[in-house]
Ligand binder design. Structure first.
Ligand code: RB5
Length: 144
């Protein structure tokens, strides 16, 4: 189950992404927000982050820039949230960083958001020793 959430600024992009994911046979759970009424992005980022950790799954967050969502999400232990702006980053954030969440800006074209999400979900972690070593260093620091 892929988890998705946005603030008001990301609402339209989230709705379109849900449709795209379902068309591509992904199961998706929407954690809100449910309208364009103003909300606070940390509420949704932290809610999604905790579910990603608990369920060992992947998440997609959208706000106006992707920045607030990524900052908030990365405060949750075990989260590696990448703010992604293009298709190469979508690939490398999984291959190298094993990102378990991506954050997108609602200012990106919808077709690019769809493409980013597809590439991110389809790309596996490389499991290369050097990448594992680097991620372990982050986990160790986090657990201090
Ligand atoms: C909301 O106005 C806006 O600040 C938010 O969507 C996001 O861009 C924050 O980083």
């Amino acid at each position: 189950m892929i988890l998705i959430a946005s603030d008001h600024a990301g609402y339209d992009t989230k709705e379109q992404l849900k449709k795209f994911l379902k068309e591509n046979n992904y199961e998706v759970e929407d954690l809100g927000t449910n309208s364009k009424e103003s909300v606070d992005y940390p509420d949704f980022a932290i809610k999604l982050a905790n579910r990603v950790i608990k369920e060992k799954t992947l998440g997609i967050l959208i706000c106006g820039t992707g920045i607030g969502m990524s900052i908030a999400c990365n405060k949750v232990k075990g989260i590696r949230c990448a703010k992604v702006s293009d298709e190469l980053e979508a690939k490398l954030c999984k291959e190298h960083n094993n990102a378990n969440v991506i954050a997108l800006s609602s200012r990106l074209p919808q077709s690019l958001c769809n493409s980013i999400v597809k590439i991110y979900l389809e790309t596996p972690f490389s499991n290369d020793e050097r990448h594992i070593r680097r991620l372990d260093k982050i986990s160790k620091y986090e657990c201090q």
